[in-house]
Design a protein around this ligand. Structure first.
Ligand SMILES: [Ca+2]
Length: 283
């Protein structure tokens, strides 16, 4: 496959099975090939219901208490979902809106007793993952301790004070890490420091596999771009000819991972002396 518009892909697993059609062109010297991490762009969220959009909550108070939010788990009795538009005319709070979609989650600690919400996701040891979410204090509520962990590693510890707020103050936290096992627990822990019976709100929680693209087998008729294709994930190879400008263009068709090394054979295009490649997840 050469990089250019409308070129079909030749996709091979490490067993050398040809999955798609092919369109080889004559090998020509390529002055530069750079592999770019696919952190930006589309993503396949490995978490289930990461934005707390289900179950759909319809209670008149705009607050519901579902018990079934699996695979989210909690140490509290229930999950507290808030829907868009909640408004308290007596305190001047709101209307309040989620950071992502129509619902968000309040991690509500009981008195000064810590409450922890978590979800355990499948990961591959040694692979890199991007983790992000939105969080905000609950308006008018005194400080909470808010701690976020990846397994036992604390990645965020903050005192969230909503005392002076009359609206949500959503902040987005992002980090990335290398998994050390085939299961990774993402935990959000809240403790009300003032026994307020309230807690930090979270929304839009995303865990994305960031596959590492490597170049192998350089030589006639081209070179192979390889990455670990995890089952149940979909990948798309992309390229562009300027490192910082222009849109990424899909190269070939999406590829479904099967827990093997995926490989795409690329043959340089004589009209393009330089190309930058990345692999992204998502349908
Ligand atoms: Ca949401």
């Amino acid at each position: 496959m050469k990089y250019g518009p409308n070129e079909p892909a030749t996709v091979m697993t490490e067993k050398s099975d040809i999955i798609h059609g092919h369109n080889f062109v004559q090998m020509l010297f390529l002055s530069a090939v750079l592999l770019i991490p696919g952190l930006q762009g589309r993503a396949q969220n490995l978490l289930v219901n990461g934005s707390f959009e289900t179950p759909y909550v319809t209670t008149p108070t705009k607050v519901g208490y579902p018990t079934a939010l699996w695979p989210w788990q909690t140490t509290a009795t229930n999950f507290e979902i808030w829907t868009n538009g909640w408004y308290n005319p007596h305190t001047g709070v709101g209307p309040l809106f989620s950071a992502d979609g129509g619902q968000n989650l309040e991690i509500i600690s009981s008195g000064c007793t810590n409450a922890t919400v978590w979800q355990t996701a499948p990961t591959v040891a040694g692979e890199r993952y991007a983790f992000s979410f939105y969080f905000t204090p609950r308006p008018t509520v005194p400080p909470d301790s808010f701690v976020v962990s990846i397994n036992s590693n604390i990645v965020l510890s903050v005192v969230d004070d909503g005392t002076a707020l009359t609206n949500f103050d959503w902040q987005r936290f992002t980090t990335d890490f290398v998994a050390d096992g085939n299961l990774t627990a993402l935990s959000f822990s809240d403790t009300s420091l003032g026994n307020a019976g309230a807690g930090t709100h979270i929304d839009g929680v995303v865990l994305e596999h960031v596959p590492s693209l490597t170049l192998q087998g350089a030589g006639s008729p081209g070179f192979n771009l390889c990455w670990l294709g995890v089952s149940n994930e979909t990948y798309q190879l992309q390229f562009r000819t300027n490192l910082t400008a222009g849109a990424w263009t899909n190269l070939g068709s999406p590829v479904i991972g099967d827990d093997n090394t995926n490989s795409i054979l690329v043959t340089p295009n004589p009209d393009v002396p330089r190309a930058y490649f990345r692999i992204v997840t998502g349908p």
